[in-house]
Design a protein. Structure first.
Length: 345
């Protein structure tokens, strides 16, 4: 007798390991479990399996008792691999013997997805070869070091490459599951699942909007006074001549010294600082977008929109909605046929 019921539903197997993150496991069960037809027929069956069935530890103060072993993978139409605490200590980029035996049960052509650092399992199994992938931004450098042959895009929320999918982090697992439901059964079903779980059907932007990137300051600098002065005057035009005058240098000498010490040109640094100021104002104040643009030195809302889009992939209003919960339209639905995953509009 098989693990799954013989009722024609799409079969989803979640492959978990010791140190699993319960929230990621719950995301898969909840979202696929809510997908149904107009007359209430469930569209998916989800089971949890492990390389060895039994009690598994989690990153919380409770354990999870997993009923099924890897035989469930041999029957699945979709396999999802969430993260584990074990991933953060992985240094060899290889699967354990029991994980290798488990992954070997997956049938060729089956859709396979990972959440967060579950991407390390797909990479080690060779499933991401020749494909674009993502993982949590904090693990991006580790991933690149272990799997230099894989094209890692750490700026998007998820990727979908010929039936092999990866999600960036815990919440991105929601985006990924909704995307798979949308691909299987259309936007209406996915939107209803999103509505029932009180999440956006489709989020704009990528991981960049969640990463703080303060501009590094050199320990010893001959341009520090100019930078300090610029930060106090970000709300107005700042010229290279003014910055050079702060250090009693020619524009040419100042520009060269600045690049040597900071790593970017003065104008690039100014733009970075203005973007950070705008992000702060959007997060912490209720100023209008026009006022934020003026206070950050962009002058107009259009200029702010252009620079924020380039830096973090979203518009000012979308960024504010994410970090302040204001201005979001709960009835907004995702456009059908989304193809550019994680890209801002």
């Amino acid at each position: 007798m098989g693990v799954f019921a013989e009722d024609g539903r799409h079969r989803v197997a979640v492959l978990v390991r010791d140190g699993l993150l319960p929230m990621e496991l719950g995301i898969v069960h909840r979202l696929f479990g809510y997908a149904e037809t107009a007359d209430g027929r469930l569209l998916y069956e989800v089971v949890t399996c492990a390389p060895e069935p039994g009690e598994l530890g989690t990153d919380a103060d409770f354990t999870v008792n997993v009923r099924y072993g890897p035989e469930a993978l041999a029957e699945a139409d979709t396999v999802v691999v969430p993260a584990s605490e074990q991933d953060y200590g992985a240094e060899d980029g290889c699967l354990s013997e029991e994980m290798a035996r488990a992954v070997a049960h997956i049938r060729p052509g089956v859709r396979v997805a990972s959440i967060c650092t579950g991407s390390f399992v797909l990479a080690a199994a060779g499933l991401l070869k020749g494909r674009r992938a993502t993982t949590h931004w904090r693990s991006a450098e580790q991933f690149r070091r272990l799997f230099p042959e894989i094209e890692l895009d750490a700026d998007v929320l998820y990727t979908d490459e010929d039936g092999v999918l990866t999600a960036a982090g815990v919440a991105s697992g929601i985006d990924l599951c909704l995307h798979m439901i949308r691909c299987d059964h259309g936007a209406a079903v996915a939107n209803e699942v999103a509505r029932r779980t009180v999440v956006p059907p489709h989020r704009e932007g990528g991981q960049a909007q969640f990463i703080r990137r303060p501009v590094p300051e050199p320990q010893y600098s001959s341009t520090a006074a100019a930078r300090a002065w610029a930060l106090e005057h970000l709300d107005r035009p700042v010229t290279l001549r003014e910055l050079a005058a702060c250090e009693s240098m020619s524009v040419r000498t100042f520009t060269r010294r600045f690049r040597e010490e900071v790593g970017v040109s003065p104008l690039q640094w100014l733009t970075q600082q203005r973007v950070e100021r705008a992000r702060q104002l959007l997060e912490e104040t209720e100023l209008t977008v026009d006022r934020v643009a003026a206070d950050a030195g962009f002058g107009t809302a259009a200029s702010l929109r252009q620079h924020l889009q380039a830096a973090v992939g979203v518009s000012p209003s979308a960024y504010r909605s994410t970090f302040r919960g204001a201005g979001a339209d709960p009835a907004r639905v995702a456009p059908a046929g989304v193809t550019e995953v994680g890209a801002g509009r």
